[in-house]
Design a protein around this ligand. Sequence first.
Ligand code: ADP
Ligand code: MG
Length: 261
Amino acid sequence: MARIYCVANQKGGVGKTTTTVNLAAGLAKIGQRVLMVDLDPQGNATMGSGVDKRQLAHSVYDVLLESATVRDAKVRAEKLVASGCAYDVLGANRELAGAEVELVDVERREKRLKLALAEVEADYDFVLIDCPPSLSLLTLNGLCSAHGVIVPMQCEYFALEGLTDLVNTIKQVHANLNRDLKLIGLLRVMFDPRITLQQQVSEQLKGHFGDKVFNTVIPRNVRLAEAPSYGLPGVVFDPSAKGSQAFVEFAQEMVNRSGGA
Ligand code: ADP
Ligand code: MG
């Protein structure tokens, strides 16, 4: 059965999408079967997997509104096949922004994604969900579907403060909606060891969260930032780049932590 993880942080631009697509590619590279679910109407994770969000026959929007199943709506990231890093994509585009409003009156609106994913749980080792930068109904659908949350974060001055809201949300969802949910870990991203403040915040994080801080650190690396414009995860775009290697290492750490192969 698949391990289902949300990549979440209510802040924008912290590296959620980069983490989702590169972890997906990294897991695929080490032989894991992966479904990547894009829950952000911006559709960056879809495009960053080489799938054109404007050409989707069905998207996660149709799945949430129950007009398509996950099996119908998912597509293979064909551009990644040659590299051996291919995964399936349940894509998103602007249409998804409307789901928030359209779901307001439906029953069990926060459980729509969970129910839909049940159909394909046996087909994958990992399902990764890229969440939007908010604690909205879309993110709530992600959190209700998942076994855990991966939180990418930059080691900046306000990093710890920003975490409080997210940790409280995870606690509330755990208490009221999804007993399976836990914080899997904090992933330090865009890390620059030359910056003293980043080292200090990194130490603070470890002091506070202990082994909830992943061992792998993702460095700031321009190749990871360039890759999306080619419609590829960095891991595929430039496998030798430091950032790409770090994501493959992170994939291995996730497999080890998940008690898998
Ligand atoms: P989010 O999904 O949280 O909004 P993104 O993954 O889109 O964040 O990242 C925000 C920006 O930072 C993007 O332009 C991305 O290419 C860049 N970025 C992310 N991680 C790295 C990294 N490790 N090194 C350099 N640039 C990065
Ligand atoms: Mg994003």
